[in-house]
Every structure is written in C-alpha cells, then in structure tokens.
Design a protein. Structure first.
Length: 257
C-alpha cells in the first residue's frame, strides 16, 4: 500500500495521521448507493496494476475473485516489490522485505482463491514509479489487449506511486482500447464523504458476499509485515493499523470507470 511511511504529501492531498474513520464513511448514504459494477459481460482477462504487493488485495481482491469465478484470467503487474515500506528498520533490510512481501502476496492470493493469477514483477524502485513512467506505460501497452479490463490504482489517489500507476495505465488503455477501471486505496484515508476532489460520479461498487468479505480478511492477515509491527522499534510500526485496515476491508469495493 505505502512506500515511504504513512506521511506522504502530494499536491493538495496530505496522507498523515489516522485518516477518515471508517464509521464516517459508513454513515455516508452515497457509499451504499453507487451503481453496482456489471459483471455479466466479464472479460476473458483482467490486468491488475499493483504499485505495491498488497494493493491488488486491498483495492479489488473481492472483485478479482468474482471475475475469476466468471471465467476471467488474472494477470497482476507487480510494479514495485514494496522494499521501501520500512525505511530505517532495525530488523529487516529492503532485500528482506522484497522476499518477505513476495511470500505474503502469494499466501494472500491463495487465501483469496486466486492461486492461478499470474504475477509479473517489474521491480521498479518502490517510491519512484513516476521516474519509470515511460517504461511502465510501454510495458502495459505491450501486455494489454483491446478486450481486457485493466484495473489500476486511481490517478488521484494521493500516493505518488499509486498516481503514476494510474496515469500509465490510462495512457496504455487509450492506446490499446482496453477498458480502464481505477481503484482508490489511499483516498479512503485522506478524503471525506462527498469530497470534491474525488470523482464520485464515476464510482461503481462491488458488494462482497459475507463469505468473500471474510475471505478477504483472512487474506489481509497474510500481509503480516504490513498489518503488524515488525518489532517494538518505532521504525517497525505497522503500516496498516486496525484503523486503516477497517477502511480497506469493508464489504464493498469501489472503482471509477
Ligand atoms: Zn500501495
């Protein structure tokens, strides 16, 4: 989810502190009123652009499972390896984090019933996706087919890596003619209900049945290095404490189309 700690300042968006409580989002009627994303004409392949090794789960893990059940193949583009989640950690080096997070993603995908998803690692430096934007857009252009759906982090998500992935995916989809769906991750932290910076009019939602929401919770728990402290040292704090997890594990997922 995150690359350089939980405090990221980008343009008008500031990611810091505990963020908007999930209870505030749940009290907003519009959240439950977005039209449902139609899955009747699911594509035969979905390409998911994940800036960090857990974004695909938190953003659209339930949707991916539903699309798999509808017959779609899932292709995950692992943009970075997530090595910058704990800068200054006294217990794990960036290289340790790469292997740890690779294993956690695999376990989480298994929990989601997404074992068959293909994961392609681009190994772009965590926190610096924007500097590799041209390379990323051309990799996506090469990979995508006109009939694919491309799910990417939202261009306005407030985290530089997430925004760079969304922009590259939008560019590639324009060239190829594939359908783009953008998923917010950090927006749930910094935005507030009705926030004018968020394209709510383009939002569709995916309602997860109870079994699938439970499945997603178990999958999230596999990302141990992100949801629990690595040690008692402040540099090893959990990236996603329970307050942040609540927003990402609600029983609906949202995409902008
Ligand atoms: Zn991320």
């Amino acid at each position: 989810v995150v690359s350089e700690g939980v405090e990221v300042s980008e343009g008008v968006v500031v990611i810091e502190g505990a963020g908007t409580p999930e209870a505030t989002w749940q009290a907003w009627p519009a959240l439950q009123a977005f039209p449902s994303l139609r899955l009747e004409n699911a594509p035969s392949r979905v390409v998911v652009v994940a800036p960090h090794p857990d974004d695909e789960l938190f953003g659209v893990g339930g949707l991916l499972r539903l699309l798999t059940a509808a017959g779609a193949e899932i292709d995950i583009v692992a943009v970075t390896d997530g090595e910058a989640s704990h800068p200054g950690s006294p217990t794990m080096t960036p290289a340790d984090l790469v292997s740890r997070r690779f294993a956690e993603r695999a376990a989480a995908l298994r929990r989601m019933g997404l074992d068959s998803a293909r994961v392609t690692r681009l190994a772009i430096p965590d926190g610096r996706v924007a500097s590799a934007a041209v390379r990323l857009a051309s990799a996506l252009t090469e990979l995508l087919e006109p009939t694919d759906w491309c799910l990417a982090t939202w261009r306005g998500d407030g985290h530089p890596d997430h925004e760079a992935c969304g922009s590259a995916a939008a560019e590639a989809c324009d060239v190829v003619g594939a359908r783009l769906l953008e998923y917010p991750v950090w927006a749930w932290h910094w935005a507030t209900p009705g926030d004018s910076r968020v394209p709510w009019a383009r939002a569709s939602s995916i309602r997860l049945p109870a079994w699938l929401a439970a499945c997603k919770q178990r999958a999230a728990a596999e990302h141990v290095s992100q949801v629990r402290p690595l040690s008692a040292d402040p540099a090893d704090a959990a990236i996603l404490p329970p307050s942040g997890l609540g927003r990402l594990l609600r029983t609906t997922e949202t995409v902008f189309s």
